[in-house]
Structure formats: C-alpha cells, structure tokens
Ligand binder design. Structure first.
Ligand code: B12
Ligand code: SF4
Ligand code: SF4
Length: 368
C-alpha cells in the first residue's frame, strides 16, 4: 500500500494538486447534525446541492457501497485568478474562484489519482463539487485543511484559496492525521462580511450570503442588494480578510475578473451561456446574470448608462423590471426619474410597481 500512496502523491502533484490526504469513509455524523441544524434554523435557505439529501451527502456508502477511503485533493486558483483591481464605473467583479474554469485542473488531478488506483485494480470514483459529498468535511478529516470560522477549509500555505474534491476508493490505504490547527482567537472574517452572514461559532447563514444570492433564482432581497457592491458572481470578502491566506493572495498581482456590465447586458442568451459557461446559472436562465449585473450597476453604474438600464423597465420578466427599477433609484439623475415615472404609470404588476415607487422615493430622498 505504501507504494500506491507514493504513486498517488506523485500523480497528484504532477498534475497540479497542492494538497493530498487520505481519510476513512465512515459517515460524517457531526456534519449531518450540523446540516440539519442549519436547515432547521432556516440558514440553508433554498439550497439544493448537498442539502437536497444530507444523508447521502454525509455517507459515501449510500453512493458507493464499496468505498473504504476518500483520497482528498486540493488545487489553488491563485495567483492565476488574479485581482479585480480598483473599482471601475460600469464594471462588475467576479469572485476569484470563477474568473475562469478553475475546477478543470482539480478534475485533471483527481482523474490522475483515480488512474493510479484503477490501474492497481481498485474501484475508484471522482467526486468534485458533487451533491454526494461535503468536500470540506473530507478535507478536514484527511488532514489537508482545518475548518475556519468563515466555514472555509483553510490550509497553512494557501489559506482559503483552494478548491477541493475526492476520489472514493475501495483500496484500504493508510489514512493521514487531521491537522492540529485552528483559527485561534482570529475573527477577522466575521466583521468583513458585508451582510453579517457569519457568526463566531462557524455558522454561515446562507440566506444572508451574497454568494448564495448570486446563484439563486428569483428576487434578491433589498437588504442584500444594498450590500452587494459591484459583484457579478460570487463574493470573496471573508476570504480576502483571512490572515492565513494573505501571503498567497499577495502573489496574485495580475488583473482578472472585471466584466463590462453594459456589454454583458447587450449579449443574447446564447452568448451569455457561452461566455459564462463555468458559472452555475440558476435554471440555466441567463436572466439571472442580467439581474446580478443590474444590481451591481446600482453601485457602480454611471448616469450615461441610464437608457440601457431603463430599457429593462419595459421588457423581460418582472424580476428584471424590478431590479432595473432598483438600480435606477440608486444611479439617480433626471433621466432615471423620468424613466421610472413613466414606467410606474404603465406597470401592471403590483410587486414591480412597488419597486418603482421605492426607487422614485429613494432618488428623491437621496436628492439625486
Ligand atoms: C452549498 C455550497 C455553498 C453555499 C453554502 C456554503 C456554506 N458555507 O454552507 C454557498 C452558495 C453560500 C457557497 C458559497 C461559497 N462557496 Co461553496 N459550496 C457549497 C457546496 C456545494 C456544499 C457545502 C455544504 O453542503 N456544506 C455543509 C456544511 C455544514 O459543511 P461545510 O461548511 O461545507 O464544511 C464544514 C463543516 O462540515 C465543518 N464541520 C465539521 N464538523 C462540524 C461540527 C460542527 C458542530 C460544526 C458547526 C461544523 C462542523 O467542517 C467543514 C470544513 O470547514 C460545496 C461543494 C461540496 N459538495 O461540498 C461548495 C464549496 C464549499 N464552496 C466552495 C467555495 C469556493 C465557495 C465560495 C468561496 C465561492 C465564492 N467566492 O463566492 C463561497 C464561500 C462562502 C462561505 N463563507 O462559505 C468550496 C470551498 C473550498 C474551501 N477551501 O473551503 C467548495 C468545497 C467547492 C469545492 N469543491 O471546492 N457555497
Ligand atoms: S461569501 Fe461574502 S456574503 Fe458570504 S459569508 Fe463570505 S463575506 Fe459574507
Ligand atoms: S479570518 Fe480568521 S477566523 Fe476567519 S477563517 Fe480566517 S483565520 Fe479563521
């Protein structure tokens, strides 16, 4: 077995994995309890993924009866994912994990690990961002990370800047020891969260998390929009604040992840799907990307783009009409007021009318 372990490390590091550990495949009982607690508290919101079936997500034997071990791998997406650079008018920002398909190197690394196991005659299956496994729990048990208060799995060298996955196998490999480390007295991520979604016990209230709303269908609550900033997809605020990740983050100097939102609003559905094919887009409906762009323009939009945003007051689903109204209320100016006032006279949907009224009131209060 030691020989296979050496080959696993060789294959993993040779294909870009920066961490590799092995743990048993016993059910993650405490994680199951934690998921149930979050669901009961309403903190998992309408999350599907692992929350669709927590029992399966925390017990790998329900998917692979033969699984005896999980070989857990990590990649880092820095420094390649770079920095969004200074805020720019009419430009949104993509969180670093999604500036391109950073899961691809992880997929490659895990497949080469699987290859070693299969060529030694063992069954092996790759699980990566899969509903059948809580990746961070496996990483913590396999000793390649510790569980941070931001809920991120942290590693000493890369902090929170990793993506995680596993290979389930029947090979009874020797396991690695969990890491003897924790966040200590640090609480930096908690005040750094723009929406107060984190607490000192390491609970994330997903219903207050910007990253959650960027991937959810429907209307984004106004309180979340207020804190949204110029984000288009994902949020890195609790990762940016994390001291163990600072040194590694400091090496990411290239600019990446800025998106021209006006250009985005002019793309067709097919063009949006193609350009952002590595994003999780709810119901595969690109209207959700336009919605996110409108919310970001509420923070970074200039008065010149009012006609483009105003175009959304009349066309498209109520979700877009509402978010366009909100954005115009924030951008302000006489052209925005005119567009809002004219739309409110014609709007038939009561919820959208209320957004239009709210936007007009906020323009007047703000003295724009
Ligand atoms: C649902 C989900 C989300 C949801 C909810 C996240 C959450 N914190 O619960 C949303 C959409 C908000 C989200 C956001 C993000 N996500 Co996400 N997400 C997932 C997904 C699909 C499932 C996570 C899950 O079910 N967790 C259940 C909870 C209970 O467990 P956990 O927090 O993940 O794990 C910890 C607990 O189990 C804890 N634990 C263990 N025992 C006990 C006992 C007790 C009592 C307690 C309290 C806790 C505890 O230790 C674990 C390790 O930290 C995973 C992929 C996967 N299949 O696992 C990716 C994943 C967690 N996401 C990931 C990433 C990168 C992100 C973002 C950084 C993206 C971004 N920049 O916007 C943000 C980070 C937000 C944050 N602070 O967590 C990475 C995290 C990598 C890492 N190094 O930690 C994952 C692992 C994807 C991957 N394959 O790499 N995500
Ligand atoms: S991803 Fe953003 S909104 Fe979500 S917990 Fe972290 S800082 Fe808060
Ligand atoms: S910011 Fe501090 S408390 Fe939060 S996860 Fe990082 S080390 Fe832990």
């Amino acid at each position: 077995m030691d020989d296979i372990v050496a080959r696993l490390h060789e294959a993993g590091s040779g294909s870009g994995l920066v961490g590799l550990g092995i743990c048993d495949a016993e059910p993650f009982a405490e994680v199951r309890t934690e998921m149930d607690r979050r669901a009961a508290g309403g903190w998992s919101g309408l999350l599907r993924f692992t929350y669709a079936d927590p029992q399966t997500a925390t017990d790998i034997s329900r998917s692979f009866l033969w699984a005896a071990r999980l070989v857990v791998g990590a990649v880092t997406y820095l420094p390649v994912a770079g920095n969004p650079g200074p805020a720019r008018e009419n430009h949104g920002r993509v969180a670093r994990f999604a500036t391109s398909d950073h899961y691809e190197p992880l997929r490659r690394g895990l497949r080469s690990v699987r290859g070693v196991l299969q060529s030694a005659g063992y069954r092996a299956e790759v699980l990566m961002d899969d509903s059948r496994l809580v990746d961070r729990a496996a990483a913590v048990r396999a000793g390649i990370a510790w569980w941070g208060k931001s809920t991120m799995a942290l590693s000493p060298r890369y902090g929170p800047w990793t993506l995680l996955g596993s290979v389930a196998t029947e090979a009874e490999l020797p396991t690695t020891l969990p890491m003897q480390r924790d966040c200590g007295t640090c609480v930096a991520c908690i005040p750094a969260c723009p929406t107060g979604a984190l607490d000192q016990e390491g609970t994330l209230d997903a219903t207050r998390c910007i990253s959650y709303w960027a991937q959810m269908p429907g209307f984004i609550p106004r309180s979340i929009r207020e804190a949204w900033g110029d984000r288009l997809y994902g949020c890195d605020a609790c990762l940016d604040a994390c001291p163990p990740g600072q040194r590694w983050l400091g090496l990411a100097t290239g600019e990446a992840g800025r998106v021209d939102l006006v250009e985005l609003l002019e793309l067709t559905d097919d063009e949006l799907r193609e350009r952002f094919s590595h994003f999780y887009i709810p119901r595969n409906d690109p209207a959700h990307l336009r919605r996110n762009a409108l919310v970001a323009l509420g923070t970074c939009g200039s008065s010149e783009i009012v006609p483009i945003v105003a175009g959304y007051l009349r066309a498209g689903p109520a979700m877009l009409r509402s978010h366009a109204a909100w954005a115009l209320g924030r951008i302000g100016g006489s052209a925005a007021v005119e567009a809002l006032a004219s739309a409110v006279r014609e709007e038939a949907d009561a919820a959208v009318r209320s957004e239009l009224d709210g936007a007009l009131a906020s323009v007047h209060e703000g003295g724009n």
